[in-house]
Design a protein around this ligand. Structure first.
Ligand SMILES: Cc1cc2nc3c(=O)[nH]c(=O)nc-3n(C[C@H](O)[C@H](O)[C@H](O)COP(=O)(O)O)c2cc1C
Length: 243
């Protein structure tokens, strides 16, 4: 039987996960997923012996890079050979799933789609904010990493919803750094009281497709059902083009 682990490893020199950083106890009968944001990182991850590559586009919620899902996934598929490529970033319904499979992905990895699910550990207030938000309302920045005292390597930042805090500091990163511990303290207090005009709601552009809180199983079943219906109807596109 295969056991699966997902590795989100970042190396400040190479920008890619290093499998030798995974503790030995995980190795026995495990498969390792490495999430990458560029073709160069994918090449390095393949060299490291990843069992599955997750090609993550910039649309994704959370930490990530600059490449978009639509061109990144097929470019990674083209170099991956027999190693399965999973698409991530902006996939939040059956349309995205069907499209990712057409790009050559073996599957999809979704975060934002499940952010407001019943089972998600996201704060209740953040779920409410997310279900009311549009995909237009997100940004990638380092604001929330600095405010939380997290030191991510160059090249990565975090996609979240925009709010009053990011509007204030996204254009003045040096000013935020200059605030130092005082800003971190204010941020931590705001997060603790569920003030999401300051605290980050970590979602991607797919948030515009997340309309309500519901069980994760319902989200998954709808996504698969939609994708199946779309893929079954695909021959109609070819027939229409031939007419
Ligand atoms: C709330 C949240 C937390 C995340 N945390 C991490 C993380 O700690 N490390 C990481 O590599 N990716 C993280 N991600 C990104 C996911 O691994 C995944 O690539 C992303 O959710 C896929 O795009 P989507 O959000 O559009 O579905 C996070 C995403 C979300 C929504």
């Amino acid at each position: 039987m295969n056991r699966f682990i997902a590795a989100y490893l970042a190396n400040s020199k190479t920008g890619v996960g290093r499998l030798d950083q995974v503790p030995d106890r995980f190795w026995c009968q495990c498969r390792t997923f490495l999430q990458v944001q560029t073709v160069e990182q994918a090449r390095a991850a393949l060299g490291e012996g990843a069992d599955v590559i997750v090609a993550q586009g910039t649309e994704a919620g959370g930490h990530g890079g600059r490449r978009a899902t639509l061109p990144l996934v097929p470019a990674v598929v083209d170099i991956a050979g027999a190693v399965p490529v999973v698409a991530a970033g902006g996939i939040a319904d059956g349309r995205g799933l069907a499209a990712a499979l057409m790009l050559g992905a073996a599957g999809v990895l979704c975060g934002t789609a499940f952010f407001a699910s019943d089972e998600a550990l996201s704060p209740e207030g953040a779920k409410a904010v997310a279900t009311a938000a549009s995909g237009d309302d997100t940004l990638r920045s380092s604001v929330f990493d600095i405010a939380r005292g997290l030191d991510w390597p160059d090249g990565w930042n975090i996609r979240t919803l925009r709010n009053g805090f990011s509007d204030r500091w996204a254009g003045d990163i040096d000013g935020l750094r200059g605030e130092g511990a005082a800003a971190r303290q204010r941020y931590a207090e705001a997060a603790a009281r569920g003030d999401f005009d300051t605290a980050a709601v970590i979602v991607g552009e797919g948030v515009g497709l997340v309309a309500r809180r519901e069980p994760a199983g319902d989200i998954l079943a709808r996504m698969v059902g939609e994708a199946e219906a779309l893929l079954r109807s695909a021959p109609a596109f070819v027939e229409a083009a031939r007419r």
